[in-house]
Write a protein that binds this ligand. Structure first.
Ligand SMILES: [Fe+2]
Length: 349
């Protein structure tokens, strides 16, 4: 595995790309945005945090959802082409990247192992060799002198497709929680008995994010309706940012939040999946961050963008984070506005 280290100046920068979800005929506005982000931020690592491609639409014609064919061989060919759209730019620029699965990634005939084999064809892909449930791994970031692990990234899988029943399940399994606890304890022992500071990335939030929200009237400022007469808004005492869809997280709860709280190593749990939410909050001492989606081939609004994390070797737990939108990165020229309006599924608003 490629050894990631803090730079000589003690910094390490991560660029998170959430919900890129595109196909073999990409929306070039997103690619422009990502290219601008790579050049502006110069990240040490890019994380594609799920729904990296629209796995269930791989065999669609260029326009519409009519299929061009069927079968595993064609699925694999199209998967490879769709992955190349997002993976070739960082590969070309020499930027290491890692990934988690989202619900759309697995919705096709390929197994997760087969999909991961396609990622592994790229030399910049950060590959984990450790024993872990498929789709889960740790990415250590070493001290600038390369002698000790100073930080850790958890990449967890929250979605799998039951191919026999053609049904998508979401959430972290009991097996994954057990693996996280065991591995976290090992890292703590290696770190002289102190929890190793970490960021945890997974596509779908855990259900406890509901605790960041207050029940309110649908007419209240910032309210998001989740049933006919029911709505929630962000609790200002617990979170800042934007809530535009309810996003209560996965349903089956196998104790992931309690495990994180008890282990004490996760400086923040970072989520994707809810494209138009963008918030930062704290639940019972656990920081939780929701990142906006990048895709133009899906619902969204003018918040389409990426998130940056800046880590410091001397104070690894005190990271900083911010988001950049398409307009921050590409500007507001009439050409860029027009391109956004034409290519984004929901237009400019
Ligand atoms: Fe998703």
């Amino acid at each position: 595995m490629k050894k990631l280290k803090f730079n000589e100046n003690g910094k390490f920068t991560i660029l998170q790309v959430a919900d890129a979800q595109d196909l073999t005929f990409p929306r070039t506005a997103m690619l422009d945005m990502l290219d601008a982000a790579y050049d502006k931020i110069k990240p040490d690592l890019i994380l594609f945090t799920g729904d990296n491609i629209l796995g269930n639409h791989l065999l669609d014609k260029r326009f519409g959802t009519k299929k061009i064919g069927e079968g595993k061989e064609l699925t694999e060919k199209r998967m490879k082409e769709a992955l190349a759209v997002i993976l070739e730019p960082p590969q070309r620029k020499g930027i290491p990247f890692a990934m988690t699965f989202g619900n759309h990634d697995d919705m096709n005939l390929l197994t997760k192992e087969e999909v991961l084999a396609l990622y592994r064809e790229y030399s910049q892909f950060v590959v984990s060799e450790e024993e872990a449930p498929v789709g889960n791994y740790t990415v250590p970031i070493w001290s600038s002198d390369g002698t000790t692990k100073r930080f850790n990234l958890w990449l967890l899988d929250t979605a799998w497709h039951d191919k026999a029943q053609d049904r998508c399940h979401t959430g972290v399994t009991k097996e994954e929680v057990d693996w996280y606890v065991a591995r976290s304890s090992e890292l703590k022992a290696e770190n002289g008995g102190q929890p190793l500071p970490s960021l945890l990335f997974q596509h779908i939030p855990f259900p406890e994010v509901r605790r960041l929200m207050l029940e309110c009237k649908p007419s209240d400022k910032g309210a998001v309706r989740y049933a006919k007469d029911k709505a929630v808004k962000l609790d200002p005492a617990k979170a800042t940012g934007r809530l535009c869809e309810p996003g209560f997280g996965y349903q089956e709860n196998n104790g992931q939040f309690d495990a994180i709280k008890a282990q004490g190593d996760v400086c923040a749990a970072v989520f994707s999946h809810h494209h138009i939410n963008n918030y930062d909050g704290v639940i019972e001492g656990v920081r939780v961050i929701q990142s906006p989606g990048a895709s133009f081939r899906c619902y969204g609004n003018t918040g389409r963008g990426v998130r940056v994390f800046e880590l410091n070797e001397n104070a690894p737990a005190a990271f900083s984070t911010f988001t950049l939108t398409y307009f921050d990165l590409c500007g507001h020229s009439p050409r860029k506005l027009l391109r956004y309006a034409v290519q984004a599924d929901t237009g400019l608003f």
